[in-house]
Design a protein around this ligand. Structure first.
Ligand code: G6P
Ligand code: MN
Length: 445
């Protein structure tokens, strides 16, 4: 079995490699290939991987390449997590709207649209290369994951699966507060990537658990989403939103807080510049350095949002993050035909009846040898179905804009986004992006 990681120089690659080391036999792995356009970053991460393999005492050879055809040829699985335009691009995505009093965030709001405009052409090229040289699965982490997955599905069909760690993370946190094993619970979750809700949790006896949790203010204080949204709003909704919905429900508060504190992208850019510049380490020292850097990165996670809510306290740091666990669970379910239930981004079929069958949604899926089969969610509250429908249209308009280079469509997507207050603001934001991103200016000339 050949597994390829596109974006091999990425900061989270050691998490994935560490997880592969632990499952080498179970997955029947023969070859791991790292691909990146940036050789220096990939070399730095390569040192960390060597450090990891040495520490665990497991042999799992990997090789690096900068040739995409070589990387994906004959691959059974291609993991892809890339950031087109790197963190410099993220800073601009976040900065430009903030200057106009609009949310500046990596995937939600105008930032996600701009990120998608430059990412989708690169990802569809990867999908086309895979269509020609591999029959494998594309496991996509590249953000904005929902839009990217839908764009790639137009080329590879259901062989593209979009992954996000936030739904499973929320389910794990809810289970922990309930004092239950998440494996024993049914989580009724639905939506789009970074735009979903948990409407019910049931245990093995079928008993519903969510309402009792939402009624318990002390329990809500003990996990991220409970603290973020607050008991009163959660009981009003009667469901638990994905953490990214904070940006919709508390839009103004977040804008003010991020403006005061500096964007997430700016923080990460500085941190990572330093990490990737520190070179010439032994594998052991490189691993140590990566761990310290990661700890620091996790510690500050969602700090802006929490500050906006006037909250203190820290993000819970997990040694095994949900990020690689989700990826491993998908590969395991396919390779070993486990038919496990995982919350994934895949074509709707008829899971959410108000969307068409090709719309990529994020819902629980039964995953086996033939891939994910989404479960039928059925009817959902109107506030959720209407926001999903609006955002799906914004996503698709963005995909069309990215594939055609149409300025009109790009501005349409921005203007129709619920977090953009007017058409003139949408135009200003687009012009701002174009001024600061020469590649975007060229693509939308
Ligand atoms: C979560 C989301 C990802 C997102 C990441 C950002 O893991 O699910 O989609 O990319 O957070 O984290 P960062 O540390 O880069 O701000
Ligand atoms: Mn995500």
């Amino acid at each position: 079995m050949k597994l390829t990681i596109v974006g091999g120089g990425g900061f989270r690659v050691p998490l994935v490699y560490g997880a592969l080391l632990a499952r080498k036999e179970r997955l029947g792995l023969d070859e791991v290939v790292l691909y990146d356009i940036d050789e220096a970053r990939q070399a730095r991460i390569g040192q960390v991987l060597e450090g990891l393999a040495a520490e665990k005492g497991v042999e799992l050879p990997f090789r690096t390449t900068t040739d995409l055809v070589d990387a994906v040829s004959g691959a059974d699985f291609v993991f892809c997590a890339i950031r087109v335009g790197q963190l410099e691009g993220r800073v601009i995505d976040e900065d430009v709207p903030l200057g106009m009093g609009v949310l500046g965030q990596e995937t939600t709001g105008p930032g996600g649209i701009c990120f998608a405009l430059r990412t989708i052409p690169v990802m569809t090229k990867l999908a086309e290369t895979m269509a020609e040289h591999s029959n494998g699965w594309l496991i996509n982490f590249t953000n904005p994951a929902g839009m990217v997955t839908e764009a790639c599905q137009r080329i590879l069909g259901d062989k593209v699966i979009g992954i996000c760690d936030s739904p499973s993370g929320m389910c794990r946190r809810v289970a922990a507060v309930l004092g239950r094993d998440p494996k024993e619970l049914w989580f009724h979750y639905f939506g789009l990537n970074h735009l979903g809700w948990l409407t019910e949790v049931r245990d093995g006896t079928g008993a519903p658990l969510l309402d009792t949790l939402l009624a318990d203010d002390a329990a809500l204080e003990r996990f991220e989403e409970g603290r973020l949204f607050g008991g009163e709003w959660l009981r009003t909704l009667g469901m638990l939103p994905n953490e990214y919905l904070y940006y919709f429900y508390y839009a103004a508060d977040t804008v003010n807080a991020i403006r005061g504190g500096g964007s997430r992208g700016a923080f990460l850019l500085q941190q990572q510049r330093e990490f990737y510049a520190r070179n010439g380490h032994s594998p052991k020292a490189a691993l140590e350095d990566w761990r310290t850097t990661r700890h620091d990165r996790e510690r500050t996670y969602m700090a802006e949002a929490r500050a906006a809510a006037g909250q203190e306290g820290e993000h819970d740091i997990e040694e095994n993050s949900g990020y690689e666990s989700e990826a491993m669970a998908v590969v395991d379910a396919i390779v070993n035909n486990t038919r496990e239930v995982l919350i994934l981004n895949t074509a709707n079929r008829s899971a959410l009846p108000f969307l068409d069958e090709r719309a990529v949604v994020e819902v629980p899926c039964v995953v086996g040898r033939h891939g994910p089969v989404p479960v039928a969610i059925g009817e959902v509250p109107a506030h959720a179905s209407s926001l999903i429908s609006t955002m799906k249209d914004v996503e698709r308009t963005t995909i069309e804009a990215a594939l055609t280079g149409s300025e009109q469509l790009a501005i349409k997507a921005l203007a129709l986004h619920p977090l953009v207050p007017s058409v003139s603001t949408a135009r200003e934001i687009f012009d701002g992006y174009r001024r600061r991103l020469p590649a975007l200016a060229e693509a939308f000339a």
